[in-house]
Design a protein around this ligand. Sequence first.
Ligand code: DAH
Length: 372
Amino acid sequence: MTIDEKTGKTLAQLGLTDSTGIASLFAEVRAAAEAEAEAFGRGDVDEAEVVWQAKILRDRWLARGRGLIARIDQNWLRQTPKESRGVVGAEFNRLRQYATAQFEIDPLLAAHRQKTLARYEKRRGPDLTLPGNRRELGSIHPVTRVQRELEDIFIGLGFHIETGPEIESVYNNFDALNIHESHPSRDDWDTLYISSDVLLRTHTSPVQIRAMRKYGAPLYIITPGKCYRNENPDATHSAMFSQIEGLAVDADINFADLKGTLDFFAKKFFGEKTRTRFQPSFFPFTEPSGEMAASCPFCGGQGCRTCKDSGWIELMGCGMVHPDVLRNGGIDPERYSGWAFGLGIERFAMLKYDIGEIQNFFQSDVRFLRQF
Ligand code: DAH
């Protein structure tokens, strides 16, 4: 017997007089109501169809006189003798409450809307038209920015970028570059050793050796990268810093090539009015060696705070590659010659952006970094 049929009969006709039987009959009706509420609006039905279905469902349960609730009221509740009406009344009130909450038009439509949305999201994923979570964009670190700028100038001249490891052999970092056991930069004070023959490279010069062995001559490379020294941090020193090494090896390379190239480079970086100066110096891996300076980009050579009134800014060490170094790179110094330079990228970044304190680059302070 369906619940429609059962609601047409009295409880006595159904043979139900005890409270357990009555409770299970109401439970059956409640289960039917829940199933119908659940099934409502299933499938791909359009809005008009949903409203139509909602009306039918409301009438089926809540219509006066012929709705299921009304029939239960008339046939079950009212037909029960007064003495035992209590149990039926309690069950009936609970059912009626539930049915009214479920089967009025508005709750039906609201529930349907919610179900459709859930189904839609399950099928389509999240709503992509909603505004997203904005993430702040970062910016290029000033040292990286200047590194790229320096690289671009040399790439424009036909140089290639070559890199080497930051953990380097003592041989490549020192011996192969003619830096003998007695040279002061081999002291513990400057160098961070990992073992007796492995260290954190103190400059990018060992990449000269690696590149010469790898490619032979002719060779035109620059080698950007990080270097490490056992340095106490101050305004211009840091235990970690960056260098770019330059190396040109070819037949008939002479000091004029070095001067011409670095002069061109300085004018590109600091401006066409820049003048350059080369002074004798000493590096074990170059002979002759020089210090290159540029006219101060801030005062044009007049003297100011930045150039300490000298009019000049020291930019890099450079020189003609020592024949022993060429030989250690597997290149015949009788056939080839070369020039090289090494510069500190942070120094260029400090000059470019007028930054007085190298530590700013490594403190990850967004108030500083945000400016670039
Ligand atoms: N390696 C040197 C340093 O760290 C810099 C340098 C000087 C590199 C002269 C060179 C050079 O290639 O020719 O102080």
